[in-house]
Design a protein around this ligand. Structure first.
Ligand SMILES: Cc1ncc(COP(=O)(O)O)c(C=O)c1O
Length: 452
């Protein structure tokens, strides 16, 4: 009976879906990113609603298992955003459970300034010192050749993103990390499905993070995940995600460890309820089962989504290939296969127009654009208005609110990216019609500038 009624609800929802959501979308304005859902996501979310479970439950268990399987890793934990995943990944490295390898206040973490703020923020939020290394133009990833000179005795980790789905050379970074005993966190929030030498992004370092915000490769509305092959880190991340508790019972279950009332932990009385015993300064960053239900349907489509992103990027690159006197198109390293979040374009300094002019023209003519997020994050108000201890390359420690133009010049490519780089959409809802329009608006602008 229950199954019949569930199917009835889903059948009714399907009628609604077909009436409301199946009209072919014509874009008056081409978005740089977006989600692609169908009846499967809706059916899964209805199932989760009819469970009336609310918090993480059977759909979350299944998603964590399936996601780990897809990536080929031992452990995956969902989080309520990619930013939360990043916060957990770095916070986990400060755990006392790691002994000598624990990150301590004042330790340094290598990162980049051209990217998303919540790759950098957890470093500062954990009382650590970010060390900024310049990026390459073309791949927009960290310049690997500059990492080693930035390493000091206090450097303990590398925390960087695969920029917009373009893999950095993880093998070279791993080599440096091995020589200097550095942890690696791969921020794969924008790079789900990208590969380097056949290994998926986020799975080679110690910890990988992902975002499932609607702009991303798959979505659950708000959400993210942390993955690792290190079981110790997995337990720490789970504890920190779930209030900092020592207990690892799933929501709604008790006494998984079978020692709930028979442990001696901290200076608590013997047998103090393990359910209320805390070994970390944790958060609550869990998701609901509706989110996991949505993401499970998305995960099935992921290979197709990645293929479409790759196809779209290739098509756009071909369409713009006659403009390389003016524009720099995205570059991919040998052995890397990108899973494009967006299509990055830089305006060459010698072009007779600026990025600003091109971006404004695109927006005015119905083509959505985005910046490479913060540009040079060190120039953002949050760094200028606060006194954050940091280093740039091999510099002595500096304070963010005292940085001068001379200091910013230590990251010339990062400033170039801020001034000259932007991106346009290649996400799976876009097809040839939209990409042709993007290309023709760019061509029109450049022809008119050339002739003026
Ligand atoms: C590289 C990178 N890391 C982290 C995040 C944060 O993800 P979320 O928006 O899910 O918090 C983003 C956001 O798009 C991102 O681009």
């Amino acid at each position: 009976m229950e199954k019949f009624l569930r199917n009835l609800v889903k059948f009714t929802a399907k009628i609604y879906y077909n009436a409301v959501f199946t009209k072919k979308k014509e874009f008056k304005y081409i978005p740089a990113s977006g989600k692609l859902l169908d009846i499967k996501e809706l059916e899964n979310m209805i199932d989760a609603s009819l469970d009336m479970w609310l918090t993480s439950g059977r759909f979350n268990d299944k998603f964590e298992t399936e996601f780990a399987k897809y990536l080929g890793v031992k452990h995956a934990l969902t989080t309520n955003s990619g930013s939360s995943a990043n916060l957990l990944a770095l916070s986990a490295l400060t755990s006392s459970k790691l002994g000598d390898r624990r990150l301590k206040h004042g330790d340094e973490v290598i990162t980049v300034a051209a990217g998303f703020p919540t790759t950098v923020n957890p470093i500062i939020q954990n009382g650590l010192v970010p060390v900024f290394v310049d990026c390459e133009i073309g791949t927009y990833n960290i310049d690997v050749s500059k990492i080693e000179q930035a390493v000091t005795d206090r450097t303990k980790a590398v925390f960087i993103a695969h920029t917009l789905g373009n893999m950095f050379e993880i093998d070279k970074i791993k080599d440096i990390a091995n020589r200097h005993s550095l942890w690696i966190i791969e921020d794969s929030c924008d790079a789900l499905g990208a590969e380097f030498k056949g290994q998926k992004s986020g799975t080679t370092g110690d910890i990988g993070t992902y975002s499932f915000y609607p702009a991303h490769h798959i979505t659950m509305g708000e959400g993210g995940a942390v993955v690792t092959n290190n079981t110790e880190l997995y337990k720490i991340i789970m504890s920190m995600r779930d209030w900092g508790r020592d207990c690892f019972c799933k929501p709604g279950t008790d006494n998984t460890c079978k020692k709930r009332f028979s442990m001696q932990l901290g200076n608590l009385p013997f047998g103090y309820d393990h359910k209320y015993t805390y070994s970390h300064f944790g958060y609550n960053l869990k998701i609901t089962d509706w989110q996991a239900a949505c993401a499970l349907a998305q995960l099935e489509k992921l290979p197709l989504f990645i293929e479409k992103r790759q196809k779209n990027a290739k098509y756009l690159a071909e369409k713009l290939s006659d403009l390389t006197d003016y524009l720099i198109l995205p570059e991919v390293k040998d052995h890397a296969s990108s899973s494009w979040f967006g299509f990055l374009i830089s305006v060459k300094p010698e072009a007779p127009f600026s990025k600003q002019q091109l971006v404004e023209y695109l927006e005015k003519n119905g083509v959505g654009t985005r910046q490479l997020f913060a540009g040079n994050i060190l120039r953002q108000p949050v760094f200028v208005d606060n006194s954050v201890k940091l280093r740039i390359n091999d510099s002595e420690p500096m304070l963010s609110n005292a940085l001068t133009e001379e200091d910013y010049k230590l990251l010339p490519n990062t400033d170039f990216i801020m001034n000259n780089t932007f991106w346009v959409g290649v996400y799976p809802a876009l097809g040839k019609t939209e990409l042709d329009k993007t290309s023709s608006v760019i061509h029109d602008f450049i022809m008119s500038e050339k002739n003026s």
